[in-house]
Write a new protein. Structure first.
Length: 256
């Protein structure tokens, strides 16, 4: 299932391309799949998640948001601040300021995807990378599971972080194969892992969602742990503002 922070691993993949690569991640955390009968349909689990966070109607009341917080990358000994700005339908900008290293900014205005990092000129992204970023930027993807996913199958139950979860095999409409974990009792999304290839047991990115809190009637995770290229990053948001107003050119690529 897409969360409002779903594109952060893509930004971090671009950022970590400059760092030593410790390898790809294997699916970590959940116990082995438990034999189960009468499992719910995968799309039903995704729709229950929409209801668990407040429902589609409440979500669509807003067309923009701004999230601010901190980021830590232990393997690099780096930390700093992060600001995520989003606006319907597919406008997004992520700004990361790392102490002693500089800034990484990546975004899309819905037509062009771009990246500027560590004093380098703005790079216009192309091909699959650009398409994936624009797709992930869809503001309402969270409440549109049947449009976002071409396949959603519940394959069993696992215990993750001490909580029983449904495990789903998912395929996005742009071709990513993913494994999603959703709490059985609450319906909340706990983890998403993107496979390196269909059926692979290694993953390009894994994101764990924690510390759900209510923001204007919607439940949002304030803590994320992301593994990208095998390197862990911890993001903690201290503020999530809905209905934020942005300047018209906020999401356009910066001029070099």
């Amino acid at each position: 299932m897409r969360t409002p922070t779903a594109l952060l691993p893509l930004v971090l993949l671009g950022t970590l391309a400059m760092a030593p690569n410790p390898g790809l991640a294997a699916l970590g955390g959940p116990t082995a799949i438990q034999p189960s009968t009468n499992l719910p349909d995968g799309y039903k689990v995704l729709e229950d998640y929409v209801e668990a966070i407040g429902g589609e109607k409440a979500y669509r009341k807003y067309k923009s948001e701004e999230l601010t917080g901190t980021i830590e990358i232990p393997a690099l000994g780096a930390s700093g601040t992060i600001v995520l700005r989003r606006q319907a339908s597919t406008k997004t900008m992520v700004t990361i300021e790392l102490e002693g290293l500089g800034s990484i900014i990546q975004g899309t205005n819905g037509e062009v995807a771009w990246r500027s990092q560590l004093g380098m000129p703005t790079e216009i992204l192309e091909g699959d990378e650009a398409k994936r970023l624009i797709n992930e930027a869809n503001y309402y993807a969270t409440v549109e599971p049947r449009k976002t996913y071409t396949e959603a199958k519940t394959v069993g139950k696992v215990t993750f972080d001490g909580v029983e979860c449904y495990q789903l095999e998912l395929v996005t409409r742009w071709g990513d194969h993913q494994v999603g974990l959703f709490e059985v009792e609450t319906g909340l999304h706990r983890k998403i892992s993107t496979r390196t290839a269909p059926g692979s047991d290694t993953f390009t990115t894994e994101t764990t969602y924690n510390d759900y809190r209510r923001v204007k009637g919607l439940k949002r995770p304030f803590s994320l742990e992301i593994s990208a290229m095998g390197m862990k990053q911890v993001i903690t948001f201290d503020s999530i503002k809905l209905g934020t107003k942005f300047d018209k050119d906020t999401f356009d690529p910066p001029k070099n």
